[in-house]
Design a protein around this ligand. Structure first.
Ligand code: FAD
Ligand code: EPU
Length: 345
């Protein structure tokens, strides 16, 4: 067995001091397949990595990390839409900026989300009233064992809240190599969330929405270049109407968002905040002061600090509200992904 020798601290946004055996950067589909198949031949575990902004490495990874760096943006026009075919290794926020420069609107609510375009369908990234599913036309997926590519239409991607087919049927042994986006030429601003409600729907521009989103995000979310983090650590829990009613009876101000099936989505940040956990610290990890849903690497945190803090937060919220939070962040152990709830239980 080969030893873990390459630092991957700079390859994930939590910035934890962890190592992998090998890191390979793939700029083409062939390179992705070659790296994957070589790892299999040498019986080494392998994982794909975009920009590591939704990952928690629990320990050193005793295998190969394959960075998806396939680039390129192609634009096609139809009567009513712009169609963008984007290489999976493009940076998401740079794509949002590029689209605005070209006067293609529709991505502005999704500004400043870290990570690669190829990762965006996996958890159906979402912010400020828009999700990837609202702008996605298709996803191109490569079978890493045989090299075949298939195009999956958006309606077949099983998109849901932080959910898609890429967390299930296409989770292991497949790489997303391109994403097709479809942006209507007639812009319909989405102004339903937070400070965006203050904008005037008659006069607002895509750039004004972009600026407002960037301002809201910068005021709450820590910049991973300064303070390590992986965005929202937990998902917002979707609970029964009865559970929501019980919480609202004692806390009438609890934010809650009705779901189409009669359930309610609660704000995990509010639940954690209400347990007075902002700023709570274990070792070098802490709950962010401006947004309780974000756990940060405050001061040379170790993976154990982060999991101890996450477990503590989860137990405190359950003790007070009888709601168990589930991590949004993907947990990676020595040989591959681990079930995050099991790790914290
Ligand atoms: P990574 O973390 O590198 O990978 C995520 C998962 O995808 C891993 O399991 C990896 O193995 C797999 N993977 C990566 N690339 C591929 C590929 N090409 N093919 C197949 N599998 C692959 N998310 C939101 O939805 N909304 C937000 O508002 C938001 N805000 C954030 C703010 C901050 C400050 C941070 C740090 C994160 C935030 N996130 C948000 C989470 C994160 O930005 C998204 O999940 C993003 O899509 C992750 O992209 P990535 O390239 O970094 O993926
Ligand atoms: N809240 C508090 N205290 C806190 C944090 C939040 O009371 O410490 C309250 C807010 O006042 C608000 C509600 O909780 O009433 C929701 O907060 P916010 O608008 O900040 O959004 P969120 O639900 O915490 C979600 C996404 C974010 C996304 C924002 C904006 C999840 C898990 N998180 O956060 O996505 O940017 O909405 O749309 O769905 C991510 O996934 O990594 C992420 C950052």
């Amino acid at each position: 067995m080969s030893s873990s020798s390459v630092s991957i601290q700079a390859l994930h946004t939590f910035g934890l001091p962890v190592f992998a055996e090998r890191v390979i950067s793939a700029e083409t589909q062939e390179q992705l397949c070659d790296a994957w198949q070589q790892a299999a031949q040498e019986q080494r575990p392998a994982i794909l990595l975009g920009e590591g902004s939704n990952m928690l490495f629990l320990e050193d990874f005793s295998g190969w990390i394959i960075l998806n760096r396939i680039k390129g943006i192609n634009v096609r026009e139809s009567e009513d839409f712009w169609h963008l075919h984007v290489g999976a290794g493009e940076n998401w926020h740079e794509l949002v900026c590029y689209s605005l420069e070209q006067n293609f609107s529709g991505l502005e609510n999704l500004a400043l989300i870290p990570g690669c375009v190829g990762s965006s369908p996996i958890q159906n990234i979402g912010a400020y009233g828009v999700e990837l599913k609202d702008v996605c036309e298709y996803v191109d997926v490569l079978n890493l064992s045989c090299g075949d590519t298939s195009r999956i239409a958006a309606e077949d991607c099983q998109f849901g809240y932080r959910e898609s087919i890429f967390k299930h049927q296409f989770r292991e042994g497949y790489a997303i190599v391109a994403v097709g986006l479809i942006l209507p030429k007639v812009w319909k601003p989405v102004l339903s969330y937070g400070d965006l409600r203050q904008l005037d729907a008659q006069t607002v521009t895509p750039k004004a929405v972009f600026d407002s989103v960037c301002e809201m995000r910068s005021s709450k979310l820590p910049d991973p270049k300064v303070t390590g983090n992986a965005g929202s650590f937990f998902k917002n829990p979707i609970v029964s109407a009865e559970t929501a009613a019980r919480i609202l009876a004692s806390d009438p101000n609890a934010p809650h968002y009705p779901q189409p099936d009669g359930q309610e989505k609660l704000a995990a940040g509010w639940l954690i905040d209400t347990c007075r956990l902002k700023g709570h610290r274990i070792g070098g990890a802490a709950v962010h002061q401006q947004q309780a849903l974000v756990l940060i690497n405050l001061d040379n945190a170790t993976p154990q600090d982060v999991t101890a803090l996450a477990g503590y937060v989860r137990n405190q919220v359950a003790a007070r509200f009888n709601v168990w939070l589930e991590p949004e962040v993907r947990f990676i152990g020595r040989t591959g992904e681990r079930n995050a709830v099991e790790v914290l239980s």
